[in-house]
Ligand binder design. Structure first.
Ligand code: NAD
Length: 502
């Protein structure tokens, strides 16, 4: 049997060994989920939320253990495991418990009843950088909507994801887990799920879409970002720099929604760089930042920074692997004088690197922000509320953080999260996130008159009625409307007479 391991980036030691789920395992998992889905969809949203609440209570009781597992498996400081994984996951479940029933309630439109129907079995292919929050949200939203779920967690976060999902299974939630790497993910795409929620890289997303296209399987795609951070001349540069450094260094720069391209207008360029450098200088390895998840990721960021320097970027601080520390630490790095042609700006990558580019104006910053194929988030810093609104309106991304951290905004369960263009489509979290996992079903009883004029046999007298209706509904003036009404009444009585003769 094929196996894989999860290595801790802090110690380099094996945390656990897992059997790799095969294609046959994926088929069984979907079949098992389909059986669970039957019973689950029959429960009311309130009943489902009561089970989600029990999941939350179990998670809260195991919060210390969950946080410690995330720190050991991903390498992030314990404060980040608590602040960015454990707590937001619990908050997300509380939001669902409060809101799902209202958002999914049956409604009516045009005399018809609308009911929120689940898809059936939702496949979730997860990522590793926030192993609790980013696995919990698609799973919980799909469950609240009445689906059963098969989760294929990232091979780099399996220990954390399975600990999270063991609690879910023990509370009776219809979740099946499928450990494995890319091959297992591919197998899940082929196993007949009714919808797939994917979080991960853009290239993987495209491969999955190709796979899903053969079976018309719908999906929601949360892909890579390459977010811009736009600093205007009137910004609070100190706070902007503090937030910039935090957003790009926390989780060792491994956040899809972290800013990566820093466009700073020339008036405050030097002040911004000085403050960023000062902030980075104070960071303590092991306390403020942890290692990267893998050596491969560290090698990648090392290469990108070296390349940028060779192409003319100025290294202000950092720029090296911290080999004296255990694991795969990379020094938080500040590069000045970057341009959009450099891979460090143009490519989406993980790593604690601030690549700063001076711009002549806000206009130039907006144009450069929108020039990327990626469109997940962006931040704008200005003290002028009207300017902030104007810039925000023109940025073609899924989320704009104004004078605040995009990471915190992105974790808010009440807000729809997602991008467009190369960053994917569909939304997770918020009301829009629930809509991803349901289809509105229309159910209506005949409520017109006894005459069903649209039925066979077609009569010559029907056409004047249709013409009269068209003229009446679209009449440009009251006089025309009155005239059309007269025509319509005449046509209706002709129709009655003719149908009586049939
Ligand atoms: P990845 O694309 O390498 O892997 C993601 C998941 O897909 C893993 O579970 C992996 O096993 C699986 N997978 C890989 N190839 C597959 C295939 N051909 N078919 C099916 N499944 C396959 O990405 P990653 O390393 O987990 O995460 C890093 C990327 O994810 C970054 O680009 C980051 O920007 C992005 N990301 C996006 C979001 C978001 O919400 N938009 C959140 C976190 C990470």
């Amino acid at each position: 049997m094929d196996t894989f391991v999860s290595l801790s980036p802090l110690t380099g030691k094996i945390m656990a060994t897992f059997p790799t789920a095969s294609g046959a395992d994926a088929d069984c998992a979907v079949e098992q989920a389909r059986e669970l889905a039957e019973e689950w969809r029959g429960r009311s949203v309130r009943e489902r939320c009561a089970v989600l609440r029990r999941w939350r209570e179990r998670l809260a009781a195991d919060a210390e253990g969950l946080a410690a597992t995330v720190t050991a498996e991903i390498g992030k400081p314990l404060q980040e495991a608590w602040g960015a994984d454990v707590l937001p996951s619990l908050t997300a479940l509380r939001w669902l418990e409060r809101e799902a029933e209202r958002l999914l309630r049956p409604r009516s439109a045009s005399g018809a009843g609308l009911t929120a129907e689940p898809y059936g079995v939702v496949g979730v292919i997860g990522t590793w950088n926030y192993p609790l929050l980013l696995n919990l949200t698609p799973v919980a939203w799909a469950l609240a909507a009445g689906n059963a779920v098969v989760l294929k967690p990232s091979e780099l976060a399996t220990v954390s994801a399975l600990r999270l999902m063991d609690h879910a299974k023990e509370t009776g939630l219809p979740v099946v887990t499928l450990p494995g790497g890319p091959e297992t993910g591919r197998a899940l795409c082929r196993a007949g799920v009714d919808k797939l929620a994917f979080t991960g890289g853009a290239r993987t997303g495209r491969a999955i879409l190709t796979e899903l296209a053969t079976t018309n399987t719908p999906s929601v795609m949360e892909l890579s970002g390459n977010d811009a951070f736009l600093v205007c001349a009137d910004a609070d540069t100190k706070m902007a720099a503090r937030c910039a450094v935090w957003a790009r260094v926390c989780n060792a720069g491994q956040s899809c929604i972290a800013p990566q391209r820093f466009y700073v207008v020339r008036e405050v360029y030097d002040a911004f760089l000085l403050e960023c450098r000062r902030q980075i200088d104070q960071l303590r390895p092991g306390i403020d930042f942890g290692p990267m998840r893998t050596e491969q990721l560290r090698r990648n960021v090392y290469g990108l920074v070296r390349q940028a320097i060779a192409e003319g970027a100025e290294l202000r601080i950092g720029g090296d692997c911290l080999t004296e520390l255990p694991g795969f630490h990379y020094a938080p790095t500040l590069l000045a004088g970057c341009t959009d042609e450099m891979a460090v700006m143009a490519q989406d990558f993980f790593g604690p690197v601030l690549a700063v580019c001076p711009v002549a104006s806000v206009e130039e910053g907006i144009a450069l922000t929108n020039s990327s194929d990626m469109a997940l988030g962006a931040s704008v810093w200005t003290r002028n509320a009207a300017l902030a609104k104007k810039v925000s309106d023109r940025l073609r991304v899924g989320l704009v953080a104004i004078n605040q951290d995009s990471l915190l905004l992105g974790a808010n369960p009440a807000l729809p999260f997602g991008g467009s263009r190369g960053s994917g489509f569909g939304r997770q979290r918020g009301a829009a996130g629930l809509e991803e996992f349901i289809q509105w079903k229309v159910s209506a009883e005949h409520c017109g008159g006894a005459e069903r004029r649209h039925l066979f046999p077609y009569r010559p007298a029907t056409l004047p009625i249709l013409r009269g209706l068209c003229a009446f509904q679209n009449a440009p003036s009251l006089r025309d409307k009155a005239q059309a009404l007269q025509q319509l009444v005449r046509a209706a009585s002709d129709w009655k007479r003719q149908s009586g003769q049939d």
